[in-house]
Design a protein around this ligand. Structure first.
Ligand code: FCB
Length: 452
């Protein structure tokens, strides 16, 4: 059979993504550690514990990432390590981050650095964190310290990870460590403070490194009316999708906070984004006046947990939607919980096929960061959900490259996906991804079915 190969640009960033609390271990000084210690908060009573041991040995996994052929990695800094007490910065922690970032460069791995990925120093939480004005100044000073000590090693920054998910889970769903106050008005306040923190960090970085690229990692989901839904369901889905996907990005573009989450103009916020970072996972359905459903239509493909419907065409759709921001686009996260790795090879190929289409329409998609390099502590789900290209036993730290990891390695090394890879890793997708090989044309967007 003739082989068809879909190439990506030579300078495309092929990466993986992690966050500090999920991989470093022993982050005892933040709000998550305290929350984990309380009974009933984390599934099966799991704790982050030593996590993936990155604080002591991130290098071992960066060796693996380099062997796999990746050339970039998105990681986050742990504020509670860098500033263990208000206005007291730890030279030791900053030196360790320098070492980690340098080790990445030495291995040909470009770091993208996130400043806030779901965790807060305990002392900040005690002061009310995002419920209070004070957070903005603290975040500015934390950023300034980080930029002055690590900025020469970082060209791309993410200020805040998934602000809408963060607010939803923490202020409205009780799934994350408790804020000073819960509910809609506290959530609105937190959103405004997050925006102000973002703007403060953006300007702080750009003042020192005008050429640095700064943005957010914005979770973007396909939110639709449930199948068979009526006009009200459809209208509602449109409203939710606007609030969840667009509200924040529009605010960064023109500085204007749109009703109903807030209203009015925020100073220094307009034009505080140099790229669109998209975290894309799934499609969700909704119905009138509900948020999102946890049920999927018959035949939907889903991963291990309730993380939504696996919907590769959605990646194409969210990218197309993000073109309106007229900026470079990075897929800052994309992955699936799949302990047995039954789905992940097909997941990767189907999503990257969609990504390839966008790149080859000359849309400005510059890189892809798979969540995640290695199994890690998955927040309120503990260790029950495994997202790694590398499997890890949290008891022993023992690692094993999954088949999907081998596949990703082939993809990164060749900068392409091919019909040969599909034949070896996910033959059930052949007629969908490479229709010419069977003459069997299946419309783009047909859901993938799980591997046999
Ligand atoms: C995203 C988070 C990331 C990880 C993945 C599975 O929402 O940013 O930390 O938990 O989901």
């Amino acid at each position: 059979m003739a082989e068809a190969t879909l190439y990506f640009p030579a300078d495309f960033l092929w990466g993986t993504a992690t966050s500090s609390h999920q991989v470093e271990g022993q982050n005892q000084n933040n709000d998550w550690w305290a929350w984990e210690a309380q009974e009933g908060k984390i599934l099966e009573g799991h704790r982050s514990g030593r996590a993936c041991d990155w604080w002591d040995n991130a290098e071992a996994d960066h060796d693996r990432a380099a062997q796999m052929g990746t050339n970039a990695h998105r990681l986050s800094l742990e504020w509670s390590r860098i500033e263990p007490e208000p206005s007291v910065f730890s030279g030791e922690a900053l030196a360790r981050y320098r070492e980690i970032l340098q080790a990445m460069h030495q291995r040909g791995i470009e770091p993208i650095v996130t400043l806030h990925h779901f965790t807060n120093p305990l002392w900040l939480t005690e002061k009310g964190d995002f419920d209070s004005d004070i957070v903005v100044d603290y975040f500015r000073r934390y950023t300034a310290k980080v930029v002055s000590t690590l900025g020469d090693l970082v060209d791309k920054w993410v200020t805040i990870n998934e602000p809408m998910i963060y607010v939803l889970k923490r202020y409205l769903e009780n799934a994350f460590p408790p804020p000073a106050a819960r509910g809609w008005s506290a959530a609105g306040r937190a959103l405004q403070h997050l925006l102000r923190c973002h703007a403060a960090a953006y300007h702080t970085i750009k003042d020192v490194y005008p050429a640095a690229q700064v943005g957010v990692a914005k979770n973007m989901a396909v939110l639709e009316a449930r199948p068979g839904g009526n006009t009200l369901d459809k209208w509602w889905a449109g409203q939710l999708s606007f609030l969840f996907n667009d509200w924040w990005m529009l605010a960064l573009r023109d500085g204007y906070l749109r009703w109903p989450l807030a209203g009015g103009h925020m100073q220094n916020l307009a034009r505080t984004s140099d790229f669109v970072g998209i975290n894309y996972y799934a499609r969700y359905y909704t119905r009138f006046l509900r948020t999102y459903e946890q049920e999927w239509p018959a035949g939907a493909t889903v991963g291990d947990g309730n993380y939504g419907e696996v919907y590769p065409y959605g990646l194409y759709r969210v990218i197309r939607h993000a073109l309106r921001y007229e900026q470079p686009i990075y897929i800052t996260e994309n992955g699936v919980p799949d302990m047995e790795d039954k789905l992940r090879p097909a997941f990767l190929l189907a999503h990257l096929r969609e990504l390839w289409r966008t790149v080859n329409f000359n849309w400005p998609v510059m890189g892809y960061f798979h969540w995640s390099l290695v199994d890690n502590f998955e927040w309120e789900h503990g260790w029950t959900q495994r997202f790694g290209l590398i499997a890890m036993n949290p008891e022993t730290g023992e690692r094993r490259l999954r088949r999907s990891g081998q596949l990703y390695s082939e993809i990164c090394n060749s900068g392409s996906i091919s019909s040969d890879m599909v034949a070896r890793y996910a033959p059930q997708l052949m007629s969908n991804l490479f229709p010419g090989s069977t003459g069997d044309l299946v419309p783009a967007g047909t859901p993938i079915s799980s591997a046999s």
